[in-house]
Design a protein around this ligand. Structure first.
Ligand SMILES: C[S@@+](CC[C@H](N)C(=O)[O-])C[C@H]1O[C@@H](n2cnc3c(N)ncnc32)[C@H](O)[C@@H]1O
Length: 248
């Protein structure tokens, strides 16, 4: 590698992550317009999330039609983006913090395919869904509740449906530490139970999902990783799933 190439490398990486164009594009701006009545701290946080979280990579993998559950939707940014992206999706965001749901609801505007519920994702009954999303949520779920929740997602999906988990992993360690500090400062009230990618991948297999993983952390200080977990369209995966369910 030449010196010039070596110097360009960090810039190229940053452009793939924090400096990418997407936060300035129409959908992201429309989202922020929806939050105009929210307090400045919430608006600032959503603006920041558009930059530090690769929402657009998640959106690309969500079917354009059908029921989509966004579990632990927070202030609802991803739910809004999904509903704006396709009127054929019915998006339901579920969040335990009532004040976050209130902010999310106030931002709905004219979107008739979007709704928010206050509830605990361990307890709320899921409507049969084409896609379930957990965006930066699973690492806030205590270890002993993760497998039951993954199983609940499997059961809540229609055959052929998918669970998308955008989470953080434990490597590289510098990004893991940075993420831990961020979560401690912002979500200190929530538990932090990050799983190593290989372990989560194995757990998803036990639950019955056929999973592909993709790192999405180039240019970000966070160890973003996306798990696309497919529930088989036929009953084929069901035997494995039930057996695993009995064992765990
Ligand atoms: C880091 S935030 C991510 C918010 C949103 N998914 C996003 O990407 O902007 C994690 C969210 O999950 C929610 N959460 C954690 N456990 C939950 C539970 N058991 N039921 C409902 N929401 C939960 C938290 O309240 C918090 O708003």
């Amino acid at each position: 590698m030449s010196v010039a190439q070596a110097l360009r490398q960090p810039w190229r990486k940053l452009r793939a992550g924090l400096l990418r164009r997407w936060p300035a594009e129409a959908q992201a701006r429309a989202l922020m317009a929806g939050y105009r009545r929210a307090g400045w701290a919430t608006r600032w946080e959503q603006e920041l999330r558009l930059r530090i979280c690769p929402f657009e990579e998640v959106i690309q993998r969500v079917p354009k039609e059908g029921i989509v559950l966004d579990l632990g939707c927070g202030f609802g940014a991803l739910s809004h983006l999904l509903a704006m992206d396709s009127a054929q999706r019915r998006v339901i965001g579920i969040e335990q913090m009532a004040h976050r749901v209130e902010v999310a609801r106030r931002a709905i505007g004219g979107l008739s395919n979007l709704e928010f519920l206050v509830g605990d994702i361990h307890k709320v009954a899921f409507v049969p869904a084409n896609c379930i999303i957990m965006n930066d949520v699973l690492h806030h779920i205590p270890h002993d509740r993760q497998i039951p929740l993954l199983k609940k997602c499997y059961e809540g999906l229609l055959p052929g449906g998918s669970l998308l988990i955008k989470d953080v992993t434990k490597s590289p360690v510098s990004k893991y530490i940075w993420n831990y500090i961020h979560d401690f400062l912002r979500n200190g009230n929530l538990p932090f139970y990050c799983l190593d990618a290989a372990i989560l991948h194995a757990l998803l297999g036990l639950v019955g999902f056929v999973t592909t993983m993709q790192r999405l952390d180039e240019g970000y200080p966070y160890p973003h990783i996306l798990y696309v977990c497919n529930k088989p369209a036929t009953g084929e995966g069901q035997g494995t799933h039930n057996a695993a369910a009995e064992r765990s």
